[in-house]
Design a protein. Sequence first.
Length: 202
Amino acid sequence: MAQLKISDLVTPIDINANSLSEEWKRFKSQINCLFEINEINSKNDKIKISYLTLLIGNDAADLFDHLGLSEEDKNCFEKVIDGYENCFSLKTSIYVNRMKFYQAFQDDTETFVQFVSRVRKLATKCDFKEKEEQIRDRLVIGMKNSKMQEKLIVEGEFSLHAIIEKVRFHEWQIDELANLKEEKNLKISNKKSSNNYNCTKE
């Protein structure tokens, strides 16, 4: 019988899960089973924290320095567990939601309108005091059009509505130019085909 790998027993935390508290409970249960089976509980805290960091997943591991732990507590396995427990609880998961918000960038296949919708949705879970301002800044920082981004930064302050309208108009212009170019190329192609047909007839 093939030996089970650690990765077969423990699945990293998905910080995009609908319920982070339930995701943490699931991960913690798997870790407890793994530690019991492999007698890791008898190891020192440094080794147990290393296992935890390797298995929890990159996104969750990035939160380690933001758990509010002292340098001493960072070396205590139980304190680290408590730190993650608080981080992924229903009361404090707002920090994780804000991390997702600040990591939002427009995808290559995503229109600006779709990006706006996604950022607005992320912002609803962040409890921002100045939500419109935060959304505006995230859109400018995260947009994929670097020329438009530079233009908005150089020209100065704009309202959220103004930025959305400017970028939408810019995207519309690009689409129109692409359509005109395509129509022009099609006409040229049709003309060449017509000329070739006439030459063949002669």
